[in-house]
Design a protein around this ligand. Structure first.
Ligand code: COA
Length: 374
């Protein structure tokens, strides 16, 4: 068995920012037009009026201040209300592969390694741009790495589940190194016309390079252990899929073909699941809460993260013990905990232990206990 280490991280951030104020202005313009156009039906009680959104509510309910997106012109146009991403030809790189190439290149540079030293690529994300060939194989070709590549999807937990899969292969010796990359175009599966969730998501891509520890070129994090768990729930669901066109109403604009959630139930049910998952993982690793120097949590909601941090540590975490990036990036699905991990490694010294944890649809929860080695 080989000891596995995370030796590099990479982050691709789209250039377009949408603040809460800009988002709310577009939504309210859309809702106002909708209400005017349906005034009679609304008065007759056959159509529900669209209520207005508010930037104050968004910040208070979620902690989100802005989000990055691949396209903002379509999202902010009250006549469109979704990203307008040009359909690319089969001869062009797909959008996810392009984002991934940037993040993977940065992860390799961060680790002081080159693409030909990568044995496997796992493209782990909530949605994939096409069914096949795998986006991961396209990334492999663009990057110029060898070995093999495949896609996987465990929604918001995709990154940690991907890290477990890659770490297990390296540990067993079938590969020496792997990149787990998470291109998340959440703007494409968010319903921007739904006030209850239009503020939740943003776009980003993260990548981590995993290698045998003996191959590490510099400071790194050894992976002490990983744990994954799932439990079926319909409370976060997206029915879009390859059978869509075969349904009698297949081409209609159906709300369930985008992200749907019962936010309050998610809040109540996922919190205990995640807290006890991390606590059990720590116990099995022989660690106490006080041994944890940092928690890099999935970034869905600030109150949720504050609750988990407090439950796991048994006290309110200090800012640098549980860093948040939610205020800048919003929820970026599987990439959230990895953005926090990539951006917040300062102050850790040799032997410091932390946990990366993601959770979400499925339900699913994955945790990775890491130890700093300088
Ligand atoms: N602007 C203004 N008001 C809004 C609003 C908006 N954009 N969205 C909802 N509201 C209103 C609601 O209509 C409701 O009004 P009511 O009390 O008159 O019915 C009120 O604000 C509270 O709405 P609710 O949806 O119950 O808010 P909440 O406090 O539960 O927060 C979430 C909403 C989504 C932020 C919260 O439930 C959450 O974070 N859940 C977990 C999300 C999550 O982690 N999902 C995982 C995805 S991977």
């Amino acid at each position: 068995m080989f000891q596995v280490a995370i030796t590099g991280t990479g982050l691709f951030t789209p250039k377009n920012v949408i603040t809460n104020d800009a988002l709310v202005e577009a939504f309210n313009a859309y809702a106002t037009t909708f209400n005017a156009e349906h005034a009679e039906a609304i008065a007759a009680g056959t159509v529900a009026a669209k209520p207005m959104s508010s930037a104050e509510f968004i910040f208070k309910a979620s902690g989100i201040e802005q989000r990055y997106v691949m396209d903002k012109t379509g999202i902010l146009d009250p006549e469109i209300m979704h990203p307008t991403l040009r359909q690319r030809s089969d001869d062009e790189p797909s959008i996810m592969a392009e984002m991934a190439l940037d993040a993977c290149s940065k992860a390799l540079a961060n680790a002081g390694r080159s693409a030909d030293q990568v044995d496997a690529i796992i493209c782990a994300a909530s949605n994939h741009e096409r069914a096949y060939p795998a986006i991961a194989i396209e990334i492999q070709q663009l990057l110029g790495s060898g070995g093999f590549a495949f896609d996987m999807n465990v929604a918001c937990s995709s990154a940690t589940f991907g890290i477990q899969a890659a770490a297990d292969m390296i540990r067993a010796g079938s590969i020496r190194s792997a990149i787990v990359v998470n291109p998340e175009i959440c703007s494409g599966h968010l319903e921007w016309r739904d006030r209850d969730c239009h503020f939740i998501f943003g776009d980003v891509c993260t990548a981590v390079l995993l290698e045998r520890e003996e191959d590490a070129q510099g400071a790194h994090f050894t992976i002490r252990s990983t744990r994954c768990a799932t439990s079926f729930s319909n409370n976060i669901r997206n029915n879009n899929g390859f059978l869509r066109r075969m349904r009698p109403d297949g081409l209609k604009d159906r709300r369930d073909m985008q992200f749907m959630q019962n936010g309050r139930k998610v809040f109540k049910e996922v919190l205990p699941m995640v807290s006890s998952h991390i606590q059990t993982h720590l116990q099995e690793e022989g660690l106490e809460a006080d041994d944890l120097r940092r928690l890099w949590l999935h970034q869905a909601n600030k109150t949720m993260n504050d609750f988990i941090g407090k439950k796991v540590l048994g006290r309110t975490p200090k800012a640098d013990e549980q860093p948040n990036i939610l205020q800048d990036y919003a929820n970026t699905s599987s990439a959230g905990s990895i953005i926090a991990f990539a951006k917040h490694q300062d102050g850790l010294t040799d032997g410091d232990v932390g946990v990366i944890c993601s959770f979400g649809a499925g339900y699913s929860v994955g945790s990775v206990i890491v130890e700093r080695k300088s």
